[in-house]
Design a protein around this ligand. Structure first.
Ligand code: C2E
Ligand code: CA
Ligand code: CA
Length: 708
């Protein structure tokens, strides 16, 4: 039989539109030709035209049909004498006998170039997968292989032709292995969850885990979900995987609870196919109930892509999960196309920002703007935020600053297998050293920090939900009261600036300064915070900090155990007064100063003294000496009556003054001495206060009237 005779076999089964073979007649042809000896080994080409759908939508069905006929003609022209079929839509296959790869590639590029004439500016592309037969493969296998080669470049912008090779063969055999061995691997315990930490940005504590499927195969090694999820979805087996992972998670939680270990919620991933393949709510909920695990310990992650098709059964199942007390998390937010619509149409407890947002964090400043806006928007919409893929300290610090509540990524830890054997007092993972055991957030704290994290510190209205107050870039800080200690959890940039204005360099400095008892404004603030906590209502108060008047509104936001959190909105009132009252203040001050004959400022931290004000009667001792002790000795010798010089030096002993002031239960101590020159009584007063990071003592000296 000759080629021409073979052609007759397929006759009668032509594609009505293009006149090419149909798939069925094409396969019959291949079958017959395979059985013949003496034919050259054929090459199979699978062709798909990208952009055809848009062409159809733009120019209509008829124009689309016309376009396909043009393509069919091109194929006939360039593959004259070969067998060509249309598989349907814009997909074709060709079996060619004489052409080598170079000739085939030349023909395909020529067709692509000619297509420009009738594609109407849409820049469509011909994507081809090529399989060179060894003469032994079945027709279906050849077509599969050519299609597989095509699939590897389907979404590529740079490659239009792929030849089936060893690498594709390997991944194909792995796919085959995955489908055929899945059930066996599952029951043998080779498929299991690895756990990755989710960290509370405000505290650094572990607030939860994400369970990520791993296939630890005895022959193929570690197989990652990137390889098997898609294959299992195509094979309609994905629900079996997901339910298996959830079963493992539930068992792990049960064991941890039974052992008295601290547990935190675990997020599990559901595929959108799960909702079509089984009653996923019913399955999960029965598993959970059978093991007596509270629903609050399982978060359901669903990728935003799942909502793209507006699946009604998905939404129905989500409602059931919610009603039963599960939290619904949106995964990979920002990776798809209908991102904002999803946020508008559904309520998510947590929105997980896709790790692509962090991809060029270091080099592209726009990244930060986008992240800050999304975190702010998500909070305004009432969801919590988690950012995935955090890999560096800089990313961590930035995300904390913009108020992103939870973080996950290699910076905090990779997904790891649970090591139950060593989990005696806390959860331990394989490869973890015992010393690395992480603090786990308690349940009461989770609710507390969720409330604290709900405050949108970036927004124009951080507390709007509660009381409709609107703040525009005012200095905002989140403060915790833990027993009798004040702790600064967070401050925005404006608050940092306000602190600097009062001479306090950082939030850490503010933190330690706030807990020094005996400083007037500190004690006042503590009492104020306690009052606000008790009343549960916003309080307002002015404080003098290092000479600045700071007006502060304190809003209670959450309480749990021994701690309470507040948002403080402050402003420096003295700033506004400066312009209006500065002149008056100057005049008043100058009169006030004349009451004293001298004012000196001692620094307790470096032991020096500076003269601030001096009436004409006095000499400037501090000009010669700024060392406090020797300046005091010189002064005593020069101005104090000899009998009292010893006591005077004791009174001015800067190493004991703080204690003496504390003992006096006041902010100052005073003493009377007699002047050496005329034996007149003089009162000396020492007042302690903070200036910036230094402790200072103000010394004021005044003469007493004869009858005082
Ligand atoms: P996903 O849900 O977005 O999970 C996060 C992925 O990012 C994980 O990949 C994780 O290992 C990886 N990752 C975490 N931190 C970092 C980081 O700092 N940098 C980088 N570059 N990557 C990080 P993995 O485990 O390979 O999982 C891939 C995807 O497979 C998951 O993406 C999820 O969509 C899917 N998947 C995993 N387990 C399951 C499962 O049990 N069921 C279903 N349906 N899908 C799963
Ligand atoms: Ca996930
Ligand atoms: Ca994700």
């Amino acid at each position: 039989m000759k080629m021409n005779d073979l052609t007759k076999i397929g006759a009668g089964q032509y594609d009505a539109l293009t006149g090419l073979y149909t798939a069925t007649s094409f396969i019959t042809l291949m079958d017959v030709s395979n059985a013949l000896d003496g034919l050259e080994h054929p090459t199979l080409i699978y062709i798909n035209i990208t952009g055809f759908k848009i062409f159809n939508q733009s120019y209509g069905f008829e124009a689309g049909n016309h376009f396909l006929c043009e393509i069919a003609d091109e194929l006939r022209r360039h593959f004259d004498g070969d067998w060509i079929a249309r598989l349907g839509g814009d997909r074709f296959i060709i079996e060619t006998f004489g052409k080598n790869l170079t000739a085939i590639e030349g023909s395909l590029s020529a067709i692509q170039a000619n297509m420009r004439l009738y594609e109407r500016g849409l820049l469509m592309r011909i994507k081809s997968g090529i399989f060179v037969s060894s003469g032994t493969e079945s027709p279906m296998h050849m077509i599969d292989c050519a299609k597989l080669a095509h699939d590897t470049i389907e979404d590529s912008y740079t490659k239009d032709i792929a030849v089936y090779d060893e690498k594709i063969a390997k991944s194909q055999s792995l796919r085959h292995y995955i489908v055929t061995d899945f059930v066996e691997a599952k029951s043998s315990g080779y498929i299991m969850p690895f756990y990755q930490r989710e960290v509370r940005a405000l505290t650094g504590e572990c607030a939860g885990y994400e369970a990520l499927a791993r296939w630890v195969d005895p022959t193929n090694g570690l197989i990652m979900p990137g390889l098997f999820i898609g294959v299992l979805e195509n094979a309609h087996l994905i629900h079996q995987l997901d339910l298996h992972i959830i079963r493992c998670v539930i068992k792990d939680l049960r064991r941890a609870i039974d052992r008295g270990l601290p547990v935190v919620p675990v997020s599990v991933n559901l595929s959108r196919h799960d909702f079509l393949l089984c009653d996923v709510f019913d399955e999960v909920n029965s598993l959970r109930a059978a093991n007596d695990i509270p629903p609050q310990l399982l978060n359901i992650e669903i990728t935003e892509g799942a909502f793209a098709e507006g699946a009604a059964d998905l939404i129905e199942a989500i409602e059931k999960f919610k009603a039963a007390g599960y939290k619904i998390w949106m995964d990979d937010f920002g990776s798809g196309t209908s991102t904002l619509n999803n946020l508008r149409q559904h309520d998510f407890d947590v929105v997980k920002l896709d790790m692509n947002f962090l991809r060029d964090f270091e080099t592209n400043p726009k990244c930060k703007v986008i992240l800050a806006s999304i975190v702010s928007m998500t909070k305004e919409l009432g969801s919590h935020t988690l950012c995935e893929g955090v890999e560096t300290k800089e990313q961590y610090e930035f995300l904390r600053r913009i108020g992103c509540e939870r973080l996950q990524g290699y910076y905090f830890g990779k997904p790891m297998a649970l090591d139950f054997e060593h989990s005696t007092t806390s959860i331990v993972f394989e490869g973890d050293s015992a010393a690395k055991a992480h603090a786990h957030e308690k349940e009461s704290m989770r609710r507390y920090y969720d409330m604290v994290g709900g405050v949108n510190v970036m927004g124009a209205a951080p507390l709007r939900e509660k009381d409709m107050l609107v703040y525009n870039n005012l200095p905002i800080t989140i403060i915790e009261l833990i027993d009798d200690n004040i702790h600064f959890l967070y401050a925005n940039a404006a608050y940092g600036k306000l602190l600097k204005g009062t001479g306090i360099e950082s939030l850490t400095a503010a933190d330690s300064r706030a807990n020094i008892r005996g400083i007037k404004e500190n004690d006042e603030f503590l009492a104020f915070a306690k009052r606000v906590k008790e009343s549960g209502r916003t309080g307002v108060m002015d404080f003098v900090i290092n000479g600045k008047i700071i007006a502060t509104e304190l809003h209670p936001i959450a309480s749990a155990d021994n701690r309470s959190a507040f948002v403080a909105v402050s402003h420096d009132v003295s700033q506004y007064n400066e312009t209006r009252q500065a002149k008056d203040m100057q005049v008043v001050l100058s009169y006030l100063l004349t009451l004293f004959f001298r004012i000196d400022l001692f620094d307790l931290d470096d032991g020096t003294v500076d003269n601030v004000f001096l009436s004409s009667s006095q000499g400037r001792v501090t000009d010669e000496d700024t060392d406090a002790a020797s300046a005091v000795a010189k002064y005593a010798e020069k101005y104090i009556t000899p009998a009292e010089q010893g006591n005077f030096c004791k009174f001015y002993d800067m190493t004991t003054v703080e204690e003496r002031i504390k003992a006096a239960k006041d902010r100052y101590v005073s003493a009377i001495f007699h002047a050496k020159s005329d034996n007149r009584r003089q009162i000396y007063q020492l007042l302690i206060f903070h200036m910036g990071t230094h402790k200072k003592v103000l010394s004021c000296c005044r003469s007493l009237k004869r009858r005082d």
